[in-house]
Design a protein around this ligand. Sequence first.
Ligand SMILES: Cc1cc2nc3c(=O)[nH]c(=O)nc-3n(C[C@H](O)[C@H](O)[C@H](O)COP(=O)(O)O)c2cc1C
Length: 214
Amino acid sequence: MIFLEGSGKEFAGPPLSLEQLDADPLRQFFTWYQEAARTEAGDPTAIALATSSREGRMRSRMVLLKAIDERGFLFFTNYRSRKGKDLEENPQAAFCCFWPVSLRQVCVRGAVEKVSTEESNAYFQSRPVLSRLSAWASPQSEPIPAERAFLENRLREMQERFAGKEVPLPPFWGGYRLVPDEIEFWQGRSNRLHDRFLYARIGDGQWKRTRLAP
Ligand SMILES: Cc1cc2nc3c(=O)[nH]c(=O)nc-3n(C[C@H](O)[C@H](O)[C@H](O)COP(=O)(O)O)c2cc1C
C-alpha cells in the first residue's frame, strides 16, 4: 500500500448554524454558488453526477450545472450517452460539488426528469456555434475509431450540413432536471468537526432540516 499525500491543510472554515440557513435549500444553494462564483478559481458549476443502471451499477462523471429553478437543478447532455441510458432505466441521480476556497460541499439526490424541448432549445441556442455543431458531431459515449480525425471529420461534415443555417437542437440532446428530495450543506471546520445540515423533503415546499455528525 502507498499512502497518498494530500495538501494536509486544515478545513478551518467559518461556523455554519441552522439560523444562517435559508428555509429553502435551492435558495441556500444559490447563495453559496454566488459566493463560490466570486471566490473560486475553478468553475463553480462543475458537479460530480452519479447515475445508476436498472441493476444498480453506478457511474459518475463531471457535468456543468447550467441553471436552477424553483423545482431543481438543470444540466445538459446527450440523451443517448451512458448517463442518458442510465437515466432512462433509473430516473434517479445524485451529485456533489466541492468549493475548495470556501471549504464547502453540497450533496444532492433526487428524481430526474427531462426538461421541455423549449428549455433545451433556449439553452442550446445560447451556446457558441462550434459547441452546437459538436453536439451534432459527437455520438457521445459510443466507441469510435482511435484516430481523432474521425471527430474532426464529423465536425466538418456538420459545418457543411448546417452552412448558412441556424444549427437546430439535435433530437438526442437536451436538459435534465434533478428534483431534489435531499440536499446536504457541508462546511469544513477545524479538527474535522465539520458542520453539516441535511434538508429532507417532507411535503410540497416543506423541508425538515437536521444537523448530521461530521
Ligand atoms: C468539468 C467538466 C464538465 C463537463 N460538463 C459536461 C456537461 O455539462 N455535459 C456533458 O454531457 N458532459 C460534460 N462533461 C463530460 C462528461 O464528464 C462525460 O465525459 C460525458 O458526459 C460522457 O459521460 P457518460 O458516458 O457517463 O454519459 C464534462 C467534463 C468535465 C471534466
